[in-house]
Design a protein around this ligand. Structure first.
Ligand SMILES: [Zn+2]
Length: 112
């Protein structure tokens, strides 16, 4: 027990090298493109691509861009395509994106 405590004290959280992060960003872009390509025929596969991209972003500590964040549902990982499985509306200076797969709502402020 004592040993465990000491060893846990000395664990160092390593930051991922920048070169790895760059490759991860590239791969995430590719995955999101693949997700949009696969969406019309295989929605399940596109969901899988989104999941992999999100896991990768977490692992390498990289962030999605503002536009990329709108491409998928944070709750159910579905790829969102306007007119198919999500609705986009404007109300009170906010963009309201509703996922029709799970019903979750995302609000983005666009007016200041
Ligand atoms: Zn959803």
């Amino acid at each position: 027990m004592e040993n465990l405590f000491i060893s846990s004290k000395h664990t160092i959280i390593m930051n991922k090298p920048v070169s790895h992060q760059r490759v991860a960003l590239q791969r995430i872009n590719e995955l999101l493109v693949q997700a949009s390509d696969a969406f019309s025929e295989h929605p399940d596969i596109s969901r899988r691509y989104v999941l992999i991209a999100r896991k990768m972003a977490m692992k390498y500590k990289v962030r999605f861009t503002k536009d990329q964040k709108r491409l998928f549902c944070k709750k159910c990982n579905a790829y969102l395509q306007q007119g198919n499985n999500c609705s986009v509306r404007l109300e009170h200076g906010r963009i309201v994106i509703t996922c029709k797969e799970c019903g979750s709502i995302r609000r983005i402020i666009y007016k200041k």
